[in-house]
Design a binder for this molecule. Structure first.
Ligand code: SF4
Ligand code: SF4
Length: 230
């Protein structure tokens, strides 16, 4: 039995919950509030961060990357066809220990895996009058794409974002109407649509809404008129 010490809004804990689900493992969940710095938890995770897993009274394993590696090494081969990343066979690996183990995806596999991705048709929608500027969404965003700041010219604004915004062809999402007179700036270029901001927001100022792009295309009649006009 695996016990997972996690915090619901911690993105790293979410990552491990998803990974466990991929392996078909239902862990015993224990919610840990890292800021309380519980002594027993610090003994498992000296830096005091979630997630940590414990399996069968073995020492705790902390950190999402390390846990993912542990799951792969202990359960990966049982996954057979369902294993996410194709690997070199064990026989080959024992023959030569310094080869690259992960084979990577083929184009077809990459396209298939992309279908399982977060929904890109679910968009973040911000309602400024509901925002109390508590910065909780700024803290939780794994991509640092939300900034609350003074407004300014675009070039200057881009310089003051939490994360650099070098792709000038990607528009920024800027919303005013906040009580302090600042603006909310979101760099759409790096948003994962993970919805953590909406989950964390205490007032519902962030919401995830499905959207549909309905584009009008000029028909053949229109094209022939354009040609004769020219
Ligand atoms: S949906 Fe986008 S803005 Fe919101 S937390 Fe995720 S990456 Fe950040
Ligand atoms: S979490 Fe919600 S209320 Fe807090 S700053 Fe973000 S949008 Fe505003």
């Amino acid at each position: 039995m695996i016990t997972l010490y996690h915090y619901p809004f911690c993105p790293h804990s979410r990552f491990v919950r998803l990974a466990l689900d991929e392996y078909g493992i239902e862990p015993r969940l224990i919610e840990e509030r890292p800021w309380e710095r519980r002594r027993e938890f610090l003994l498992m995770s000296p830096e005091g961060t979630t997630p940590v897993i414990i399996e069968d009274r073995r020492p705790g394993i902390s950190g999402a990357d390390v846990i993912a590696e542990y799951l792969d090494e202990t359960r990966g081969f049982e996954m057979g066809e369902r294993r996410l990343m194709p690997h070199v066979s064990l026989k080959e690996r024992f023959k030569k220990l310094n080869i690259e183990v992960e084979l990577g995806f083929s184009l077809e596999q990459a396209a298939q895996e992309a279908q399982r991705c977060l929904n890109c048709d679910i968009q973040t929608v911000f309602t400024a009058p509901l925002c109390i500027e508590c910065d909780a969404c700024v803290d939780i965003c794994p991509m640092d794409c939300i900034t609350f700041t003074e407004n300014g010219e675009e070039a200057d604004l881009r310089e003051r974002l939490k994360a650099p915004s070098p792709h000038l062809d990607q528009d920024l999402y800027v919303a005013d109407g906040l009580k302090t007179g600042r603006v909310m700036v979101k760099d759409e270029d790096v948003c994962l649509h993970c919805s953590l901001c909406a989950e964390r927001c205490p007032t519902g100022a962030w919401d995830m809404q499905k959207y549909l792009i309905d584009m009008t295309h000029a028909g053949s009649t229109c094209q022939s008129k354009a040609r004769s006009a020219a």
